[in-house]
Ligand binder design. Structure first.
Ligand code: 2BA
Length: 146
C-alpha cells in the first residue's frame, strides 16, 4: 500500500484491509448453539459472524451470548445447547461497513468494536476488518514514513 501524503490513507478502500470471507470462521443461521460453541472453542475467537445459506450476514454470535442463554437459576444448563438455534441468541444490531466505504468510517467504528463485518451492496458477506489488520497497516506506515 502506498500513501501519497499523510491523510490519503483515510480515503483508501476498506477492501485493502479486509480479511476475505473464505478465511473467516462463521456459523450458519440454522445451526444450534452446541455447534456454534464448538466452532468458537476450536477457532479460539470470542465472536464470529452468522450467515444464511446465501452467504448474507445475519448477526454475530459469541461465547458470552451462548453462556447467557443457558444460564439457569443455579447452574449452566448445558443440555439446552442442542435445542437452541443460533438465530434466537445472536446479536443482530451490529455495525457494518460496505465494500465501497472508505477507511475513515471503519477507523471510527473500530474504536468500540474489535472487528467489523464488511458487506457487499446486496448484503452478501465479503469478510471482516479487524483491529489487528488495521494496526499492522499503521505500523507499516509509521515505520516506513518516519
Ligand atoms: P477475539 O477472538 O476476542 O480476539 C482478540 C484478538 O486476539 C484478535 O484480534 C487477535 O489479535 C488475537 N486472536 C484471537 N484468536 C486468534 C487466533 N485464533 N489466531 C490469531 N490471533 C487470534 P483481531 O485479530 O483484531 O480480531 C478481532 C476480533 O475479530 C476477534 O476477537 C474475533 O472475534 C474476530 N476475528 C478475527 N479473525 C477472525 C477470523 N478469521 N474468523 C472469525 N472471526 C475473526
Amino acid at each position: 500500500m502506498v500513501f501519497v501524503n499523510n491523510r490519503d490513507f483515510l480515503f483508501t478502500p476498506v477492501m485493502d484491509y479486509t480479511i476475505p470471507a473464505e478465511k473467516v470462521a462463521h456459523v450458519q443461521i440454522g445451526n444450534n448453539a452446541e455447534h456454534a460453541l464448538l466452532v468458537l472453542t476450536k477457532t479460539g475467537y470470542s465472536a464470529i459472524p452468522v450467515l444464511d445459506a446465501k452467504y448474507h450476514l445475519k448477526g454475530l454470535i459469541g461465547i458470552g451470548m451462548i453462556t447467557d442463554s443457558i444460564l439457569g437459576l443455579e447452574r449452566i444448563e448445558y443440555e439446552q445447547l442442542a435445542d437452541l438455534k443460533v438465530n434466537t441468541i445472536m446479536q443482530t444490531d451490529l455495525p457494518t461497513i460496505k465494500t465501497t466505504d472508505r477507511f475513515q468510517k471503519a477507523l471510527d467504528l473500530l474504536i468500540n468494536h474489535t472487528f467489523l463485518c464488511v458487506i457487499e451492496e446486496d448484503g452478501k458477506f465479503a469478510g471482516i476488518m479487524t483491529r489487528r489488520e488495521v494496526l499492522k497497516e499503521f505500523k507499516k506506515y509509521i515505520y516506513t514514513s518516519f
